[in-house]
Design a protein around this ligand. Structure first.
Ligand code: FES
Ligand code: FE2
Length: 372
């Protein structure tokens, strides 16, 4: 564990407390400084719950799904008894990738470098020609576990194998999620598409952008803005312990071939889980940082199995266009912020309360790590 201190990172805690209370961002240096990025990876993204993918990808015994999540190569399996497991996808022999490709169905995980094989629960099954070798202890050479959970239709992982369960980390979220009935039935949906974006921006700019709709009329006039009513009077946001939920007032009936949203409910859980259910689409996504100026956003779209597939694809195209517009904006913003070195960004509370909420959560994580 690396020790971090406010002095070491040149952070003035009192100054930032005052700025945040007065509707400013954290210092813009935090968006591009590599030392800050390393600090965030260690203190935030190594020990919080993250979105891995849809339940549908690991629904059956023998299903195996793989993702590079920021710096962590992760493999999730469902064993023969139906139990979920997650591991670092790194061979205990000499560190090659155990499972290559995105998904497979198998009885064992076999590293192709020298042929070591692992059971679906991560234990080492066989290491060729290692039998009887002095000091070779097969039971010590299981894949390194990470925490994994199913939450509704989503699979979540936490790189910290000792992490508390997701619901214990976010009790208000769990209560809200269940009380409001946002527990989409996985059987209602079929997987339609996965799109991954590697965005040329910092993860905190991605957050700001994704949590406010101040920009929607300007940037998404022909995409999101055309299909959703997102003015403050049409939406109700609830803020809780590391999450936000948005419930939009039901809109009048529209023709079934028309892309105008009637219902919308979303959950965003720090740091980077996004679940959205609207109309006949279930849209789940997750963000993980890759570098100070590179952010990965993986998106999964599931459509109601009784809906017209063409309509579902039209929704997906609309979201894809929306994200491309956002990605273009936030990449320019990142470059400018790194160059201009204006010390702070200024939020507008009336339209950016959600961005402020997540900025404050991020700062709280900083303070817990810096001050204990
Ligand atoms: S690195 Fe996996 S078997 Fe050698
Ligand atoms: Fe946007």
């Amino acid at each position: 564990m690396i020790a971090y201190g406010a002095d070491h990172l040149n952070i003035d805690v009192a100054e930032i407390d005052a700025r945040i209370a007065d509707n400013w961002s954290m210092p813009t240096r935090f968006y591009w400084d590599p030392a800050i990025f390393d600090f965030e990876m260690e203190t935030i993204f190594s020990k919080n719950w993250l979105y891995f993918g849809p339940l549908h990808n690991v629904a059956e015994p023998g299903d195996v799904a793989v993702r590079q999540m920021g710096k962590y190569p992760i493999v999730v399996t469902r064993d023969r008894d139906g139990e979920l497991h997650a591991f670092l996808n790194v061979c205990r022999h000499r560190g090659y990738t155990v499972v290559e490709g995105d998904r497979s169905k198998c009885l064992r995980l076999v590293c192709r470098y020298h042929g070591w094989s692992y059971n679906l629960d991560g234990t080492l099954a066989n290491a060729p020609d290692a039998d009887g070798e002095a000091g070779f202890c097969q039971s010590d050479l299981a894949l390194r576990p990470v925490a994994v959970e199913q939450m509704g239709p989503a699979i979540l992982v936490n790189p910290d194998p000792t992490a508390r369960p997701f619901r214990a980390c976010h009790p208000a979220f769990a209560e809200n999620f269940e009380n409001l009935g946002f527990c989409p039935d996985p059987d209602r949906y079929v997987m339609r598409k996965e799109i991954t974006y590697d965005i040329g921006t910092n993860w905190k700019l991605w957050y700001d952008n994704g949590t406010e709709c101040y920009h929607c009329p300007n940037i998404h006039g022909e995409s999101f803005g055309a299909a959703f009513r997102s003015a403050p009077e049409d939406t109700e946001a609830i803020y809780g312990d590391g999450f936000m939920t948005n419930n939009w007032k039901p809109q009048p009936e529209v023709a079934s071939n028309q892309l105008t949203s009637r219902t919308f409910r979303s959950y965003q859980v720090f740091p980077g889980i996004v679940l959205i259910e609207h109309d006949d689409l279930l849209h789940m996504s997750g963000m993980v940082p890759v570098a100070p100026g590179v952010t990965q956003h993986v998106t999964h779209y599931l459509g109601d199995r009784d809906s017209d597939p063409e309509r579902i694809d039209a929704w997906i195209d609309l979201w894809d266009q929306t994200y491309r517009e956002d990605n273009e904006i936030t990449a320019v913003q990142y470059d400018n912020i790194e160059t201009a070195r204006q010390p702070y960004n200024r939020y507008v509370h009336a339209r950016e309360e959600a961005a402020k909420h997540f900025n404050a959560i991020t700062w709280q994580h900083y303070k817990e790590a810096l001050l204990g």
